[in-house]
Design a protein around this ligand. Sequence first.
Ligand SMILES: Cc1cc2nc3c(=O)[nH]c(=O)nc-3n(C[C@H](O)[C@H](O)[C@H](O)COP(=O)(O)OP(=O)(O)OC[C@H]3O[C@@H](n4cnc5c(N)ncnc54)[C@H](O)[C@@H]3O)c2cc1C
Length: 421
Amino acid sequence: MSVETADTLVVGGGQAGVAMSEHLSKAGVPHLVLERSRIAERWRSQRWDSLVANGPAWHDRFPGMEFPNFDPDGFPTKEAVADYFEAYARQIGAPIRCGIEVKSVERHVGRYGFRVETSHGVIEAQNVVAATGAFQVPVVPNLIANASGVAQMHSTKYRNPSQLPEGAVLVIGAGSSGTQIAEELLLAGRRVYLSVGRHDRPPRAYRGRDFCWWLGVLGKWDAETPGPGTEHVTIAVSGARGGYTIDFRRLAARGMTLLGRTVSFDGTRLSFSEDLAQNLARGDVNYMALLDEADDYVARNGIDLPADPEARRIEPEPDCVAKPILSLNLGQAGIRTIIWATGFSSDYSWLKMDIFDEHGRPKHQRGVSAERGIYFLGLPWQSRRGSSFIWGVWHDAKHLADRISTQRKYDEYRPSSQNGQ
Ligand SMILES: Cc1cc2nc3c(=O)[nH]c(=O)nc-3n(C[C@H](O)[C@H](O)[C@H](O)COP(=O)(O)OP(=O)(O)OC[C@H]3O[C@@H](n4cnc5c(N)ncnc54)[C@H](O)[C@@H]3O)c2cc1C
């Protein structure tokens, strides 16, 4: 029985898979992209209804296409982002097959290449690019095994306020997802508790420019490694309702109850760390440091941008910060739903190779793994801070396509004596 072959097989048809296809085509590398569902599926079905991109349309896109009919300074809806990648894939003629899941990839013994088992048969490939996403598997800490009468869900399952049972909601995790969901619930009239850990909270805009612009001109998207101690610090930003700076004190002033990091549950009461004030203070330091760097950049380069003293105003300490709640009876607080906005991990169990560290994370150099022919794309900090984001993955894909094309040249090389020259 004949087996289909592909030079380079890309697994995953999200933004990473589309970017990879563009660069492989430009490098003249024959390839095939397999997507188990639809192009950019995660934007369609694994995010809440009102989600918009965290960056403006002029920024959160690939160089080869603007968001059609969209204000470049606006924040595209999740559907617009998914439509964008579908349109982009059409524009570049990406060879994407949807509805095919890759089940396993195994190295051939005694020869180059891989046996790729899919839901629709076997493919033999010389190279495999894993573009299956950094935000794959919802992580829910094993803290609250069974709280009777309380619904629990990860942020990937949250859609909108009307989906939740009546009553108060506890959102655990105050990165972009947790904070945006908590604010939406507050606006919908819910009583909301938000458990806030360590975070960075850049200003949405400063001196008339979006923070995406500031991070660009200050070289921060291109930072190659996380600063000391910052690897797991979440960023709280929002493009919702035209975009606004996340300020936890303002959310508290509007009625949200802030809590420290959630630490344990005894069957009735939840306990929280005493770190709330410290987490807010740390977020402020990060926020102010960015304003200082921005001011310095403006002064050094003589740029004409309006002063923005209002951005430096820190709101008064709300009661829930001054007198933090360290223990909360879920029933008495009327909490009927817990939303875990606690992040994601990855699952590469389909890659049957010893190329992962003890935490299951790929061992790689800029996406090039130790196994010849296996590449990763879309990893956090793959080459720089921007790597797992829309604009960053495009540049990493370019690097990988260059590496694959270079490798193919070595493979194809034959001494001139063997070429009959
Ligand atoms: C809530 C949220 C909001 C975000 N907002 C922004 C933002 O505004 N701007 C920004 O730049 N970034 C944002 N990101 C980060 C990042 O851009 C997105 O997570 C993006 O979806 C990552 O794209 P990707 O192609 O790397 O992975 P994914 O979008 O996860 O795509 C991977 C694809 O692989 C497919 N797949 C997985 N396993 C297999 C398999 N075995 N076989 C075949 N197919 C498979 C999946 O179906 C999926 O379509 C956000 C992330 C989250 C979680």
